[in-house]
Design a protein around this ligand. Sequence first.
Ligand SMILES: Cc1ncc(COP(=O)(O)O)c(C=O)c1O
Length: 410
Amino acid sequence: MTSAPAVTGEQTDALRERFARVAMRSAPSPMAVLDHGRGALVWDVDGREYLDFLAGIAVNALGHAHPVVVEAITAQSARAMHVSNYFTTPQAVAFAERLVRLTGFGESGRVYPANSGAEAIEAAVKLARRTGRPRILAFEGGFHGRTMGALALTGKDALRAPFEPGLPGVEHLPTDLAALEAALGPDLAAVVLEPIKGEAGVVPLPLGFLLEARRLTRAHGALLIVDEIQTGAGRTGDWFAFQHELTAADDLPDAVVVAKGIGGGVPIGALITRGAASELFTLGQHGSTFGGNPLATGVADAVLAEIERADLVSNAARRGEQLREGILALGSPLIAEVRGRGLLLGVGLTSPVAPTIVAEALHRGLIINAANDESIRLAPPLIIGDAEVDRFLELFAAVLSAVRLEATTP
Ligand SMILES: Cc1ncc(COP(=O)(O)O)c(C=O)c1O
């Protein structure tokens, strides 16, 4: 993550100072101190308004303070927030059933509910170990989280190095089918990949890669585990990004990992398996205190139901195209390309000015993200319409002009 110069203000500065005193040194200085939001808008503690085109990094699928989320939290907290995994609740069952239906995993589909993306990835790592095979393949530039197992899969040396030794048996490959083919073998447990590498700057897998990875893993008896933590919950214009490419029932992944947008802001994740992968864990081999808790599953089920009801998956596809065309039509010399799909877009830049663009945007009331120095990441809530798209394009055009002017003024 690249941090950008922050906004200032009386309340903001005071809270930033207090934060700096108590936050672990791993936390970056906050760009702003946010107070509340509504839809795609959010306000900071000094009353400044922002158009939120990051949505908590692809989390707030329904935007801020959506009535469905407010109602689900209110109703569930008044009923039962937690029961322990000696019990279950109607909410936990409905949530798992919905995920199985939406993934298309059918009769053999099973769900392990977790509390975050990294925890759901940890479950996937343990699933891979249950094959009895020692090796797991992941990809360079990929991001799967920061707990030790998830970190081991993450393809960024700089993130892993301070915490060595890591999990044994994990290798990182270039995103290249020849490299994948060469790395296969009878000792391979699983291939773990993101359909679009979000943290790397919204970089989609090459066309056909996922299908070929499916064919190769199946031929070698290895699991194909798709990390849909950033791409899932309708964000790319299908319920899960793998569904754009793996359409035949036989080609479905063995496991999918979700989090972020499925909870609409409530911390939750899940590992969803199918076929033989659903039989790998035996009784008592995995679990967590909060996993499957009725508050989180009740809210997530309501969020997913609202995405279905309002057809926000189609909206993500349509608004994504509108944004892509609109951004390209700005004709800024700073823009090299627009990558990604639906409402997970990466604007590739012609020079490393992403942090400057993000800072300028923030000062003008627009929240976007620099995934790296050359990439702007956009992940607005799935509820956006014409008004938000128009306002974004207007703000973004002004930001790009200002940054360009700054760069060319001696
Ligand atoms: C693709 C992907 N996998 C895993 C994670 C980790 O999720 P969490 O931050 O909830 O642990 C992220 C978070 O950014 C992600 O984008």
